[in-house]
Design a protein around this ligand. Structure first.
Ligand code: PMP
Length: 415
């Protein structure tokens, strides 16, 4: 008689998948998406700012006029005319790229996964900002890399600490495969890397011979329309650049890309073919036609206006509602505010109370590979209307006031 097993799969899972678990954000989605909850948790772009009739017309024209291509398999590198458009999008940000150096991916997320698959062996180190984008942490950890954080301040990643960490890791004999950074309007910290720091980081990585993965979903969503030099421009031979149309067009199309030099590009094409043969031609052709025929820069400006208004609503309400000891970042673009709670409060512990009060956020620990970040949390302003944002911040303010009263009373009793 065979042995009774409680879980016939567990022991058979590949070792690299054993530690995988749903991100805090995923677990939150079920509750946060209830209509009575104001969700300041997810990072959903506001696709309501798009004219859906125009998207429908573009889609219709693609199928009617180019159906033979749109409904067929394509090449692993991606649809060449789209790559031309993507190179033009990069050029508006001042990043020079040739369409031949681009590989189209299923969103920026697949790009991060493929980059991880290409470079990471178990035990390799990835340096990343602390805090860092949760989807990137998950992708790199799935290849059993150790993510080591470099702290940030209001000007982004701190170069002096990067240098120290690199020296320490070298001393320990560890292999640092790359630095992962979101230099513009970072998710979740809402800050951007200053120009002088970009130069410093490019210099340090050149000196230490470390590659850089530059992830740039939010560069065009600067509220003042300002641009900073991309790392790929400063150090073209060591930067692998990841872009996406999710925030400047439509996340549902799942179009992202990597810009990288020949040898990296060639391997990425092979990996892409292994993952899904090729990107959807239908969505690539829709995106290509959109960028070729529509005033897409006006659309980006419209997104920017929506997000600026929502960000202002959040910042003003935080000013009214937060206790004096709380601090938060003041984003110049993007989707997120990073908030530091008063000493002694933990964002994960507070979450149940916040949900009870019908407001959701993401606890800070989700954005660190090392379990730190408990005093922080991420608030997103991209999706709810300004009124809902104000309501959400008011609800959260109420939760915080009650919690502070409770903690004060407990300390009082303890004494
Ligand atoms: N990188 C960062 C920093 C992000 O915030 C996101 C989306 N939340 C992505 C990559 C991936 O986005 P997508 O796959 O939709 O392009």
């Amino acid at each position: 008689m065979s042995e009774i097993r409680t879980d016939p799969y567990l022991a058979r899972f590949a070792s690299r998948t054993r530690e995988m678990s749903a991100s805090e954000i995923r677990a939150l989605f079920a509750v946060a998406s209830r209509p009575e909850v104001v969700s300041l948790a997810g990072g959903m772009p506001f696709v309501g700012a798009l004219d859906h009739d125009v998207v429908a017309e573009v889609t219709r024209a693609v199928v009617a006029e180019e159906g033979e291509t749109a409904l067929q398999y394509g090449g692993g590198q991606g649809y060449a005319p789209l790559r031309e458009q993507l190179a033009a999008v990069m050029a508006t940000e001042g990043v020079t790229a040739h369409a031949d150096d681009l590989v189209v991916t299923t969103g920026g997320q697949q790009a991060l996964d493929l980059v991880g698959k290409l470079f990471l062996d178990p035990g390799d180190v990835v340096l990343a900002e602390g805090p860092s984008y949760v989807g990137a942490l998950g992708a790199f950890q799935a290849y059993e890399a150790d993510v080591d954080h470099v702290p940030m301040d209001n000007d982004g990643l701190i170069p002096a600490v990067l240098e120290e960490r690199l020296a320490a890791l070298r001393h320990e004999g560890r292999t640092v495969k790359f630095l992962y950074t979101v230099p513009n309007h970072q998710n979740p910290a809402g800050v951007s890397l200053s120009t002088s720091r970009r130069e410093a980081i490019a210099d340090i990585c050149a000196r230490e011979d470390v590659l850089i993965v530059e992830d740039n979903p939010y560069g065009l969503l600067d509220f003042k329309g300002e641009l900073r030099p991309s790392l790929r421009t400063l150090a073209p031979d060591r930067v692998i650049y990841v872009g996406t149309l999710s925030k400047i067009f439509a996340a549902g199309l799942r179009v992202g890309w990597v810009a990288a030099d020949g040898p990296v590009r060639d391997k990425l094409v092979l990996l892409k073919e292994g993952a899904d043969l090729c990107q959807s031609n239908l969505t690539q052709l829709i995106a290509e036609r959109w960028f070729r025929t529509q005033p897409w820069q006006d659309q980006v400006a419209a997104f920017r206006d929506v997000y600026r208004e929502r960000c202002d609503a959040m910042l003003t309400e935080l000013g009214h509602e937060m206790p004096p000891e709380a601090t938060w970042s003041v984003p110049g673009g993007g989707f997120f505010v990073w908030l530091r709670l008063p000493q002694g409060l933990d964002s994960r512990e507070l979450l149940a109370k916040a949900l009870h009060a019908r407001v959701a956020y993401v606890p800070g620990a989700a954005f660190f590979a090392d379990g730190t970040g408990g005093q922080h949390l991420r608030l997103s302003f991209c999706y709810p209307t300004p009124d809902r944002i104000r309501e959400g911040v008011r609800r959260f303010g109420e939760v915080l006031r009650e919690e502070i009263e409770l903690v004060t009373a407990m300390y009082g009793e303890a004494r």
